[in-house]
Design a protein around this ligand. Structure first.
Ligand SMILES: Cc1cc2nc3c(=O)[nH]c(=O)nc-3n(C[C@H](O)[C@H](O)[C@H](O)COP(=O)(O)O)c2cc1C
Length: 375
């Protein structure tokens, strides 16, 4: 088919045509001026690759492990609320796609189907995402429910305590539906983007605004699931997360949807990797749209990456098949880029792949040392 989308950007363009404007904007948008949203792509595009030639690439292997579980390529599905806004099958389609592609899905607590419904059709690894709630009983109740349903990792999102100012949603008078995961709480409030208060509404109002690292440590000590934290953007917080029981850290700024004018997450990645010193696995999300983005993130120290918005683009265009296609683009582009860079395995990807400053810089402004003349 001549018009079929051949990359993630083309999937997004088709979704923009198909989805109601307020839904497209909700998914695509970022916070306030969307400075970090734009910066994220600019940064990825400004990192250059330094390929190696004449390396044996006859046996390519993109598989790796995350929290001890094998995935076929180092890209997972990010937790992202309400896949039903893009396709009636919602997360049932996404989890089937992830399983079929041999990778993991992190299910958002804001999912359109219950965590049990999603788990019942999963064929690959599933992780569960939630928050630190004011009611610690609720925190444990959801974590235990997820564990019993078959989720293997508990992902705690740290960056959503305050409701962000997302101006596209305010302009569209957008409301997010409540998730059936919380149905037993009889929370029927739809979450509206209200600028009169920074206090989250609906389910988000349950998040503990007093929470500190001791809450995380308490949770890690009270669940048998490994805890992965999501939303770390500095080396200091990376170190604290590892010290307080996190077994994994997702370097993320929530897809530039929370605090605007942070660095792109990929810029924060190296300092987190350095500070964590191997005590936890470090992952990255934010702006992953090309196989080369995955390769750059891995070269800068991420064990794997996750993607959010492309899941919705895949779903809205072609449901489960669309998500598989989007994941397949990243897998295939990554394989091609690894081959062309002379890196046949995930372990062979290292920092020497990365170029930030043009080599021409040294011609234009020679280093001050060693001195070139003794005049
Ligand atoms: C529509 C949408 C809903 C999201 N919902 C959640 C959520 O429920 N929990 C969460 O931790 N992150 C949520 N996120 C953030 C993603 O997990 C992820 O950090 C972000 O989308 C990564 O950037 P990318 O979209 O550029 O890949 C959401 C993102 C989008 C686009």
């Amino acid at each position: 088919m001549a018009n079929r989308p051949i990359n993630i950007y083309e999937f997004e363009a088709l979704s923009n045509d198909r989805l109601p404007k307020q839904e497209y904007d909700f998914i695509a948008g970022g916070a306030t001026d969307e400075i970090t949203l734009r910066r994220t792509r600019e940064v990825f595009d400004s990192i250059m690759l330094r390929p190696k030639m004449l390396v044996d690439i006859s046996q390519m292997d993109l598989s790796t492990t995350v929290q001890g579980q094998r995935i076929e390529f180092p890209v997972m599905a990010d937790p992202s609320g309400g896949h039903g806004r893009a396709h009636p099958d919602g997360e049932l389609a996404t989890v089937r796609a992830a399983g079929a592609m041999g990778t993991a899905l992190v299910l958002s607590s804001g999912s359109s189907y219950t965590l049990e419904e999603v788990a019942s059709v999963a064929t690959g690894p599933i992780w569960w995402q939630q928050y630190l709630y004011s009611d610690r009983g609720l925190t444990m109740e959801l974590a235990d429910r997820a564990k019993s349903a078959g989720y293997s990792v508990l992902c705690i999102t740290l960056d959503s305590t305050v409701q962000a100012k997302r101006e596209r949603n305010i302009r569209n008078d957008y409301s997010s539906p409540p998730s059936p995961n919380y149905a037993h709480l009889e929370l029927n409030q739809w979450q509206r983007w209200d600028v009169s208060s920074d206090a989250p509404s609906g389910v988000n109002a349950l998040i503990d605004r007093k929470a500190t690292w001791s809450y995380l440590e308490w949770l890690a000590g009270n669940t048998s699931m490994p805890v992965v934290v999501k939303g770390v953007m500095t080396g200091e917080d990376g170190r604290l997360a590892a010290e307080h029981g996190a077994k994994g850290i997702i370097v993320s700024n929530h897809g530039a949807r929370q605090l605007d004018t942070t660095f792109a997450s990929v810029e924060a990645l190296p300092e987190v990797v350095r500070a964590v010193e191997g005590r936890a696995e470090v992952y990255l999300d934010g702006g992953i749209r090309r196989g080369t983005d995955v390769l750059k993130a891995l070269a800068l120290g991420a064990r794997a990456v996750l993607m959010g918005r492309p899941l919705f683009w895949g779903l809205s265009v072609d449901g489960e098949e669309g998500v598989k296609t989007v994941m397949g683009f990243l897998r295939d582009e990554l394989g091609q880029a690894m081959g062309m860079c002379g890196r046949p395995t995930i372990d062979s990807i290292d920092t020497s792949l990365i170029g930030i400053v043009s080599p021409l810089q040294s011609v234009l402004s020679p280093p001050a040392w060693p001195p070139t003349s003794q005049a």
